[in-house]
Design a binder for this molecule. Sequence first.
Ligand SMILES: CC(C)(COP(=O)(O)OP(=O)(O)OC[C@H]1O[C@@H](n2cnc3c(N)ncnc32)[C@H](O)[C@@H]1OP(=O)(O)O)[C@@H](O)C(=O)NCCC(=O)NCCS
Length: 130
Amino acid sequence: MLKDEYAYLLCLVLRNLDIWTETYNIGFYLHYLSRWLDLCCVQEAPRGRMMGYVIGKAEGQAVEWHGHVTAITVAAEYRRLSLAWRMMNLLELVSNDIYRGFFVDLFVRCNKLVAIEMYEGMGYSLYRRV
Ligand SMILES: CC(C)(COP(=O)(O)OP(=O)(O)OC[C@H]1O[C@@H](n2cnc3c(N)ncnc32)[C@H](O)[C@@H]1OP(=O)(O)O)[C@@H](O)C(=O)NCCC(=O)NCCS
């Protein structure tokens, strides 16, 4: 593994100190970085401070082949600057143009009202409740 990838991984884990951000084990992040690096993106401030990240994957069979947003988060001090909007746009672009996915989906907890409002504003609609 390259040094930069270690740093990247560490940043992901540190950022997950935010209670609203889904947290996974190290193996989970390594799997994403090795399989779908182009669906993972970080936004850094000029001095290298991490502002936010998105991690995603491509999955499904035949007409169900699609991009999936696994986690997206923006540090509290950088919110409402359209960072999440830009990262979602990038993930959608890569999902469409590189992976040829037919759609993009995601799960969001019912109590994450800000995130739900954001996704709806981006054109996402409720498919099912589990
Ligand atoms: C949800 C989250 C990623 C949004 O990040 P962000 O960079 O602030 O979002 P953006 O600035 O790109 O906002 C995009 C749109 O989302 C909506 N939105 C974002 N934050 C909002 C808030 N606090 N209240 C209401 N709407 C909000 C708005 O419609 C906004 O568009 P606008 O600024 O033109 O009105 C961020 O609040 C976050 O990291 N939350 C904790 C982790 C989380 O819940 N992740 C989602 C898990 S599924």
